[in-house]
Design a protein around this ligand. Structure first.
Ligand code: PEP
Length: 258
């Protein structure tokens, strides 16, 4: 089964409006040379409309970094998934470790948000974090498997075609210390097996699972060559459009080896 790799930049709370547009203009032509890779840029809510406009007629897809789990109502300051979808945004990151750690998002909230994204036609990129890397192997496995099960509660087999998972060990995010490719492969394989148990082998085989955490052009190829790693979610390094272009190229090269 062929899975189209994703290279997704998570800009977090960075980029001024003019920088966002300039980035898209810089990257658009270069990434279009690699149609077998899906390039996605995630930005702050206030940038989304201009990002969608700038990416029109390019191969770049736009993602939000978060949404609320209700479509509308008295929820001051929150962002409706329905509004985000109506702007022309295709993806949304759900449950990023910064949301889980700084904003106390729980597995239950992550699940509600994933379901709300799907209900509104947004494809959720559900981030799974990992904070028990150094404890026993059993605790490590249990932590990951449990997050997969909790995040995907109530998601149908059909909806799974729109879901992407992103495994981001907390200690690798923003630290400059990416996980070793073989360990990442092991963990992603376990995630795919969990999805197979929850749904079936076909759903698991079709599902795209990304690795995130200190990915940069220097380490991306070795990571993306791994069988179960279908691309990368990248923060710091992808703030530079030249790195983003290089990562897309490396994803294309890594795909050819699979
Ligand atoms: C992220 O925040 O999703 C991320 C992977 O960040 P970084 O690449 O900076 O580690």
């Amino acid at each position: 089964m062929e899975r189209r790799p994703i290279v997704m930049a998570n800009w977090k709370m960075n980029k001024q409006p003019n920088e966002a547009i300039a980035y898209i203009q810089t990257a658009a032509k270069a990434v279009a040379s690699y149609p077998d890779v899906e390039p996605i840029l995630a930005g702050q809510d206030v940038l989304l409309q201009s990002m969608v406009d700038a990416a029109e007629d390019t191969t770049i897809e736009i993602g939000a970094e978060n949404v609320y789990w209700k479509e509308e109502g008295a929820y001051t300051g929150e962002t409706s998934p329905k509004v985000v979808a109506n702007l022309g945004v295709q993806y949304v990151i759900i449950g990023h470790s910064e949301r889980r750690n700084y904003f106390r998002e729980t597995d239950e909230m992550v699940n509600l948000k994933a379901l709300a994204a799907l209900r509104n036609g947004l494809k959720p990129i559900i981030a799974l974090d990992e904070t028990v890397q150094t404890e026993s192997n059993n605790a490590h496995m249990h932590w990951i498997v449990n997050q997969v099960i909790e995040a995907l509660k109530g998601v149908s087999k059909d909806q799974m075609q729109s879901v992407v998972l992103a495994y981001e060990p907390t200690q690798a995010i923003g630290s400059g210390m990416a996980m070793g490719p073989e360990q990442a492969q092991k963990d992603l394989y376990m995630i795919r097996e969990t999805v197979s148990d929850m749904f079936d082998a076909k759903v698991a085989e079709q599902l795209r699972i990304l690795y995130g955490g200190s990915v940069k052009p220097e380490n991306a190829y070795a990571i993306m060559r791994q069988r179960d790693i279908d691309g990368v979610l990248v923060g710091n390094s992808a703030l530079d459009p030249d790195n983003f272009i290089e990562l897309v190229k490396l994803a294309h090269q890594a795909k050819k080896t699979k």
